[in-house]
Design a protein. Structure first.
Length: 204
């Protein structure tokens, strides 16, 4: 077993220890590791941030390809970042690696709720892309609430929720795109309901 194979094994053990049980995530990690190992052996190099980036560049076209191609790219990207964090002693919990920086709410309650929701999504073995989209929708919604001077999730009404979809960001989106956001928002509100953060909001 070479150095990279040992690193891959240790990283996978940590991933499983963190409670990740998704077969898709684990098999995706193993697949990426096999490909990285082949790349390292072919080029007779060690696994470093430089070699990891060089390997990942092979899949650059997939980053902006179809949904399945982008999912594969994100899986490869997550694997390389997990391996690098493990190698550098920085892997002490399961991580998601956003591709863009989301604008965050300033309200402390909404910030804490975002953290709670992220933890919930990760514990439910959601993929990186699913987690990031869900958090993007949540951040947009909380920013909308802040702009409307609504400082607590407890003050929600159905009228306030429906008003979210009248913000300028949705004006040029196709109905299917708006539906995707509506579905994620419903999931967020159901989470808040289950956590007893909101009451008397009919969502089902």
């Amino acid at each position: 077993m070479n150095n990279f194979e040992i690193l891959a094994e240790v990283t996978l053990e940590k991933v499983i220890f963190f409670g990740i049980k998704s077969k898709t995530v684990i098999e995706g990690f193993k697949r990426s590791c096999r490909l990285i190992n082949e790349f390292l052996l072919e080029n007779e190099i060690e696994f470093t941030i430089e070699s990891a980036n060089k390997w990942l560049l092979r899949f650059e076209k997939q980053r902006t390809g179809t949904r399945s191609q982008r999912s594969l790219y994100l899986s490869h990207r997550r694997t390389t970042l997990l391996l690098l964090d493990c190698k550098n002693g920085n892997l002490d919990k399961w991580k998601t690696y956003p591709t863009v920086t989301m604008k965050q709410p300033e309200n402390e309650g909404y910030i804490n709720l975002l953290k709670m929701y992220k933890h919930y999504l990760i514990q439910n073995n959601m993929s990186d892309s699913t987690v990031m989209f869900a958090l993007r929708v949540a951040s947009m919604f909380f920013l909308y609430l802040e702009k409307g001077k609504i400082e607590s999730i407890n003050n929600l009404t159905l009228e306030i929720v429906s008003g979210f979809f009248r913000v300028p960001e949705f004006s040029e989106r196709k109905p299917t795109g708006v539906q995707a956001y509506a579905y994620k928002l419903k999931k967020l509100l159901l989470f808040c309901e289950e956590e007893k953060l909101i009451i008397n909001l009919i969502l089902r």
